[in-house]
Design a protein around this ligand. Structure first.
Ligand SMILES: Nc1ncnc2c1ncn2[C@@H]1O[C@H](COP(=O)(O)OP(=O)(O)OP(=O)(O)O)[C@@H](O)[C@H]1O
Length: 298
């Protein structure tokens, strides 16, 4: 299990913030082997800082990170795969050399690095570009190479900072399938993302960070259970003011009025809706991760 516990980090202040800037104020969560963990939060919430501390790029003021019950050291981190936010490829190096080089850096023998590189280039769809310099690749292909670099040494843990940003749906699927395969093989995967629909689709668990603190963490089902369901009613061409006094909000889309209500008497809502016009839809909806997120960071 990867355990991140009570991380705190304050950056030195500049003229705008002479007292320093608290980036993390007790961030903690754990990820089991074979679990895909989505780490989400608004811009500046603390995701990159947390991941950098996990990978030893930054030092926390306090708190700890352990893997399999042992505090992380250089050797343990070498067995991790990391995709940094600022990316880290050598722009002039050829794709094949790049992936092999990182494999060697993580301790693979030359033949093992070559074999893993060939497999990954095939798998991630960049084999045809093997002899191109990274700078000649599109953003999506660069990202595939970046993922290959994170995976080449068959890492025990994967830490990926916004791996899906800027990718088209085909590239998203290629990356997602590769991550799911590693995850099924028992690797814990943490990735940050602002694409909440993707996080909801892929992740077993989600952590929401706001202003350097965890404001929610758990499976999507657990996070949903903490929220109340919403009743959604669609009425066609209703009489004006039909929903006055009902505890909800109405949005108007052409001649369709959509009422969303949390709590209250659903039968009363139905009676009012039927009296007002033709009821096209009446049903309870679970909140999406986007709705849970907005509620949690408000
Ligand atoms: N090197 C630094 N020096 C000073 N402040 C920093 C530094 N790095 C990060 N911060 C501040 O720490 C806070 C957290 O930043 P961080 O990059 O971790 O957020 P994030 O959640 O990854 O945001 P984003 O979604 O925009 O990538 C922000 O207020 C940021 O300005």
């Amino acid at each position: 299990m990867l355990e991140i516990s009570e991380l705190r980090k304050r950056f030195a202040g500049g003229p705008d913030a002479p007292g320093g800037k608290v980036a993390l104020d007790g961030v903690g969560f754990s990820v089991r082997p074979g679990e895909m963990y989505g780490f989400v939060g608004a811009n500046g919430a603390g995701k990159t800082t947390t991941m950098r501390i996990v990978m030893g790029v930054l030092q926390a003021d306090s708190g700890s990170v352990s893997w399999d019950g042992r505090l992380l050291d250089y050797d343990a981190r070498r067995r991790f795969g990391y995709m940094p936010e600022e990316r880290g490829l050598y722009q002039k190096m050829r794709v094949v050399e790049q992936i092999e080089y990182f494999g060697r850096l993580h301790g693979l023998s030359a033949p093992a690095a070559r074999k893993a590189t060939e497999e990954l280039m095939e798998r991630l769809g960049v084999a045809e570009r093997r002899n191109d310099a990274v700078q000649a690749l599109s953003l999506g292909n660069q990202q595939r190479v970046q993922l290959a670099v994170a995976l080449v040494h068959d890492p025990e843990v994967l830490v990926l900072d916004e791996p899906f940003s800027g990718l088209d749906p085909i590239a998203v699927d290629a990356l997602a399938t590769t991550l799911q395969d590693r995850c099924r093989g028992g690797v814990p995967v943490i990735f940050s993302s602002h694409q909440l629909d993707l996080v909801e689709r892929l992740c077993d668990s989600v952590g929401i960070v706001a202003r350097g603190r965890m404001v929610a963490s758990g499976t999507v089902a657990e996070l949903r259970a903490a929220e109340s369901d919403t009743l959604r009613v669609v009425v066609r061409d209703p009489a004006p003011g039909w929903a006055d006094g009902l505890p909800g909000t109405v949005t108007v889309n052409g001649d369709r009025h959509v009422l969303r209500v949390s709590g209250g008497d659903d039968q009363e809502v139905l009676r009012r809706a039927m009296k007002a016009g033709r009821v096209e839809h009446f049903g309870v909806e679970q909140p999406t991760l986007t709705e849970i997120f907005k509620e949690a960071v408000a």
